[in-house]
Ligand binder design. Sequence first.
Ligand code: TXA
Ligand code: MG
Length: 351
Amino acid sequence: MVAKYSNQKEKIKKKEIQEAAEEIKKGNLVLFPTETVYGIGANALDEKAVKKIFEAKGRAGDNPLIVHVANIQMVEELVETITPLEKKLIQEFWPGPLTVIFNRKSKEIIPNVVTANLNTVGIRMPSNKIAQELIQMAGVPIAAPSANVSGKPSGTTVEDIIEELQEKVSYILDGGFADIGLESTVIKVVEKQIVILRPGKITKEQLEKVAREVKIDNHVLAKVKKGEKVESPGMKYRHYAPNTNCMMVYGKNTKKMVDKINSITNDLLEQGKEVLILGKKQNLKDYIASEKWNMGENMEEIAKNIFALLRKVDKEKVDLVIIEGVGEKDLGLAITNRLIRACSYNYIIVE
Ligand code: TXA
Ligand code: MG
């Protein structure tokens, strides 16, 4: 199968979104942009269609999908109740990069494949206009994981994912580079407390303006041990990791961090090994390595660039990639969560 492709980047025509919506209605898969990352979508109410997503990604069946909606009525049809705190979150952050885990209404409405048999369902209303129109025109909620083969970094631009996915979907809507670059914040309300299961663009600090207590699930920064029960199945799986060995080094004090990275680099160079540094634009001049890539100047830029960069590091054939950490404040928590996974938990914090 060769997918139909909207050819005018960032200027997708209504007719093309309509064609893609028809594919959704027919039970086929569509690659579409959201403000966070690209998604591979199917009609969330069609079990057979949703199964195709799991096949296309090589995704574990116990990892549930996020359901994307275009209006509140779609949510009401799927969930048991919307609590006052959930309502507040919706008012404040939708449409946008926040996924809320609700109790699902009845097992008959959303097929079990979508929720991996859980009693809950993750829902978000994307702010990307193409995504919104696609859902509206399809007239059904769209289940969609990030567009990538399982284990790889999520796709933030069609060029990066077209090879691995073009034969698996029926339509590709190319909306240019994703605005945010990291997946949505996933939260659950537990007894008037917000629990962050996956950090994203909507930060803990922003959520604290809506609820008094915001907790970060332990597994956001710690590795899941074998057999350990987790709140969100996605936490268990290998993610974002290049094949090349990667290490994250972070220090609040930039000079100490740079010194540490240079000392690791120096040891490796002496052994005849090659190193690639991913650092902030303003720090690159201070590194002794010859290969260094600009991650961006601030958190927003780093969030936007990081997945595309991680997808390219294997081509460099170096022995180690050293990535500057960014700390855990604001958007830093989401970036750190992705980086420590990309590095398979190989990281150093410089005191
Ligand atoms: O920004 C995003 O969220 C993107 C775009 C396409 O919307 N989607 C995305 O989907 O990142 P995915 O499938 O790659 O990640 C969804 C995460 C997984 O970690 C999954 O385990 C968790 O959300 N999740 C989904 N439903 C859940 C549920 N009912 N309970 C707990 N965790 C859930
Ligand atoms: Mg994903």
